[in-house]
Design a binder for this molecule. Sequence first.
Ligand code: 13P
Ligand code: SF4
Length: 328
Amino acid sequence: MTVMPADLSGIDVRAEIERLRKERNAVILAHYYQKPELQDLADFVGDSLELSRKAAETDADVIAFCGVTFMAETAKILSPNKIVVVPDMDAGCSLEDSCPPEKFKAFREAHPDHIALTYINCSTEVKALSDVIVTSSSAETILQQIPADQKIIFGPDRHLGGYLSRKFNREMLLWPGVCIVHEAFSETELLKLKAQNPGAPIAAHPECPPTIVDHADYVGSTSGILKYAKEMAGDTLIVATEPHIIHQMELALPNKTFIGAPGADGNCNCNICPYMALNTMEKLYLALRDLEPRVEIEEGLRLAAKKSLDKMLEMASGTVGKGDLGAR
Ligand code: 13P
Ligand code: SF4
């Protein structure tokens, strides 16, 4: 349920967050797609794999998770004794919505000789029905450890699955989900932008469709794109992922220029994740004050989902979180 706007007039929200984080012994984790003000006050900003690792190893009593709910649920699965709060419980994900657990279960049952390699952008129930979870920064490392003759179902992101399938020449049964944000980039507008900035490489998230990924010089997770921005030779980069990540690029690389890839209308607004955007400073303050909304997961379900997540952490152990899908 969305947190109702409270009357916070007269309250210094930032100072209160600082006070509460100490009082509660809380750690604030934020994804790169969060508003800059949330990224700036977080104890740690990272991609899905890095945030999962942080959640698993923290000794804080409270995890305030500024991201979408599947990320906060992952934190609770890995750190069951912590209180995990989110600014807004309605911060879902179109990939998660595309994959209802009962349909996924039936699909699995129809293909009993396949294992389920599942993108972390899914519900706890779907994680519990999966064999190994992957993130975009660990997918390649993990896929390469699966024997070539093992049949695989990959869900829910058909673009990430398709990208891996093409890159490794490995057939996989793909669940037909997409990210509405990465789906919104326009090939025509991207090519116009490229023509205006002829020397600038394009970095794309693998949730983008092939019409975008096929023009990219680098394909990788959010942390992978950030690393590429740091290491690339030139001074201008076209970024085909949710544009809030550009905040970290501008902080780390003030002399370089980052241009968000456009959507079909030629501006980037349609590429802002509407779920991530639900989180605000005010809602974070209320979550720390009230310790609500709180993520709770039934123990049997949590243990079932933990198996596929533990498998990911074990198989991704060679992935430092910065390692990635890499250049095409
Ligand atoms: P990363 O794991 O690359 O941070 O991606 C998460 C996500 O939701 C991208 O849309
Ligand atoms: Fe989900 Fe896409 Fe938002 Fe990532 S950007 S959280 S995949 S809707």
